[in-house]
Unconditional design. Structure first.
Length: 707
């Protein structure tokens, strides 16, 4: 008995020794900035709100940074629509296509009369996510002119990942400035502490400017003039506070400012305010953004915001999974660890709201700020794999909110169930798109999310909570598949665009990845019926069994059955190699032949135009390589020397001049690494996605297996 007790203590001792020192792991990747670098902007936030700063610790030089990672301030509630002065109707954007022997309407951008073009543009740009305000310094030089970026010297800035706080210091004309910046974790508020003799001399002021929305595809928060009749008003002010309201077309919101220290607020322009400190060399400022309809507008103090940030981020890092690559001799290990840590930071901060995020999160707009539901897989699946399912679950009630609109789309097109939107908005409206309207790979996603959450909490309550949407998704999928009496199979299309967006909708049918996804999702929905002891619709079973086989030519899988030149036509070797998702994002299905999949992987690896791909393509390739027992290739995929596989100093995945940050790439890295550590259903090897040649030392804990 005594021996067993000693053995138990020894076991606990070994367990304690093997536990990852998470603070050390996270902190060794704190971000350090020592210059004005427009691609090294740093962000604080809480998942529903984000505030991005330049090297001064505030948003002092927005015009300088607008073509880098912009200095944005956004919240998931901050949407506005221009007035619909011409009374455009959504029905004007619909165009009928002959599909499955009948006319089916899609909302598109195809060439149409001028009035319809205008309607299409209006519904694409409205509503749009707003840049709520720019909070920066006005730094005055000795000669009375405003300081420019070249005047900022001796920059030293650190993002403390463990606490979510940014500490910045710099010198202007020999006088130092110190700044601390953090975000509250439950309110859309930032706190700033500033220390400098420039405050006392009146040469450092805090500027609040409210930009106009651009109405363009992007919005970097730097449009300072506009024709819209917006009104910014100082509603009230005291010696230590001010309330500014901003009224727009369909939204009005409040900006509440509280400070500790001698200061006063002055209005300098229509949407331009200055907080002018005096007789002090220290000021603490809190700034809270909220809709004017929100009655809960108490502004926390700087110290309360700092405490909230510290406790919130510490809780995040101590939860879920972790992986430590220290001790590896592969020179890429430290960089992979950096990408993993920073990707956790930016996705927690940008992608954990109640609405699926846009691809550029809460930093600046792409596609008018609208989320793309096919990308929600890359934004959210990794949270469940990293044992933080609650962060994925936060966005799932939104699917209930927009459920009726998804059912209306299916009904309009003559299908059953719910057809989930592609490019959408907080209220679930469709946005016209000649590509997006024909995509179908987002349809099974909800079943993926629900199954991941069921695996995290396998209870009757979980099944009941999500079954209605799971079953409506399956109803649509089964009704969308059309029976071919000659071949005795169910086809997907024509009338589809696959995840590889290189094919014409009305000429395309049976894309490989989508066929496999249909099979997996329908079988998963069938399992949900069985778990609930409910009868399984015969149509689901029939479609799942009789789906068209994955298209093959020369012992490799084609992108689609309709594209027999998938690997000879140069155009078809660009964009997402989504055929790899067939056995990467997805497990082995009854449709799959692993030897053919391996042939396909090798062909794509050697012949794809990798310079014409996107950030999540590399993790997807790594996931496929891992499942094919090619761990060296899995690591190589994560480090392909391609511009869209670039990870900036701040951790963001850079794509090009248009998309300077791309969150699906970050989510992809996390999903791939989780799989490479924990494996997938049926895998028994430890860290199956990493080479076993001794170059990788992988210490992981807390991960959940993928399907």
């Amino acid at each position: 008995m005594k021996y067993n007790f000693i053995l138990l203590l020894f076991s606990f001792s070994l367990l304690a020794q093997s536990k990852i020192d998470r603070k050390a792991l996270v902190s060794r990747h704190n971000v350090h900035v020592h210059e004005i670098d427009t691609l090294a902007s740093l962000t604080v936030g809480n998942g529903t709100f984000a505030f991005t700063v330049d090297a001064t610790g505030l948003q002092t030089f927005p015009d300088t940074y607008k073509n880098g990672v912009p200095l944005g301030t956004a919240s998931e509630w901050g949407w506005d629509s221009y007035k619909n002065k011409n009374q455009y109707k959504f029905s004007e954007t619909l165009k009928e296509f002959k599909q499955f022997g009948r006319n089916i309407s899609y909302t598109t951008q195809l060439k149409t009369p001028e009035r319809v073009k205008e309607a299409v543009n209006w519904f694409r740009q409205n509503p749009h996510l707003l840049q709520l305000g720019n909070l920066g310094f006005e730094l005055v030089k000795k000669d009375g002119t405003l300081a420019q970026p070249k005047d900022i010297k001796s920059i030293s800035q650190v993002l403390n990942l463990w606490t979510g706080e940014i500490e910045s210091s710099f010198i202007l004309e020999g006088i130092p400035v110190k700044v601390k910046t953090s975000s509250h974790q439950n309110k859309d508020a930032i706190g700033v502490k500033i220390q400098s003799d420039l405050l006392q001399s009146g040469r450092l002021k805090i500027r609040l400017k409210i930009p106009y929305p651009t109405g363009n595809w992007d919005d970097t928060g730097t449009k300072w003039e506009g024709v819209e009749d917006y009104i910014s008003t100082v509603v009230q002010k005291t010696k230590t506070s001010a309330l500014v309201t901003h009224e727009m077309d369909s939204l009005s919101y409040a900006i509440r400012l509280n400070w500790k220290g001698n200061a006063q607020l002055k209005k300098k322009g229509n949407h331009y305010f200055l907080i002018e400190p005096f007789k002090t060399n220290t000021i603490e400022l809190s700034c809270l953004f909220a809709p004017t309809t929100n009655k809960e507008q108490t502004v926390p103090s700087f110290s309360e915001i700092q405490t909230s940030s510290t406790s919130g981020w510490q809780h995040f890092w101590e939860s879920g999974a972790a992986v430590d690559f220290s001790g590896s001799t592969d020179k890429r290990a430290h960089e992979l660890e950096r990408r993993v840590i920073l990707s956790q930071y930016v996705t927690k901060l940008q992608c954990t709201g109640t609405v699926p995020p846009q691809e550029t999160g809460l930093t600046y707009n792409s596609w008018y700020g609208k989320p793309h539901l096919e990308m929600h897989w890359w934004h959210g699946v990794h949270f469940a794999l990293w044992n933080r399912p609650e962060l994925l679950e936060k966005s799932l009630p939104w699917y209930q909110k927009v459920f009726d609109k998804a059912k209306i789309i299916a009904q309009r097109q003559g299908f059953e169930g719910a057809r989930w939107q592609k490019m959408t908005d907080p209220d679930g409206n469709e946005s016209p798109s000649s590509i997006g309207s024909f995509l179908i790979w987002q349809q099974p996603h909800f079943i993926t999310y629900a199954e991941l959450l069921y695996r995290s909490l396998p209870t009757q309550l979980t099944l009941e909570k999500y079954k209605e949407r799971v079953f409506a998704t399956a109803d649509f999928m089964a009704s969308f598949a059309q029976y071919d009496p000659e071949k005795k199979v169910y086809n997907l299309g024509p009338g589809v665009i696959p995840a590889q967006e290189r094919f014409k909708a009305m000429e395309t049918f049976n894309p490989t990845y989508e066929l496999a996804y249909w099979n997996w999702a329908l079988n998963t929905a069938i399992n949900w019926k069985k778990r609930l002891n409910e009868s399984v619709p015969e149509r689901w079973k029939e479609v799942a069994i009789k789906l068209a086989p994955l298209p093959v030519k020369n012992q490799v899988y084609l992108a689609t059955e309709s594209a027999t030149d998938s690997y000879t036509n140069p155009e078809f070797k660009t964009d997402h190699p989504s055929v790899l998702g067939t056995f990467g994002m997805l497990p082995e299905t009854s449709l799959l032949d692993k030897s053919i999949m391996k042939n396909t992987f090798n062909l794509i690896w050697d012949n794809w135009s990798w310079e014409k791909t996107w950030g999540w393509d590399f993790p997807m390739t790594a996931m496929c390589a891992a499942r094919l027992q090619l761990p060296e290739k899995a690591v190589d995929a994560l480090f392909m020397n391609v511009r869209t596989n670039t990870y900036l100093k701040n951790g963001h995945n850079f794509q090009d001049e248009r998309l300077r940050l791309y969150l699906p790439g970050n989510g992809g890295v996390l999903a791939a690494v989780a799989m490479m550590c924990a494996g997938w259903d049926g895998s028994t090897e430890v860290n199956p996605g990493f080479p076993k040649d001794g170059t990788w030392k992988v210490q992981s804990e807390g991960f959940k297996k993928m399907f």
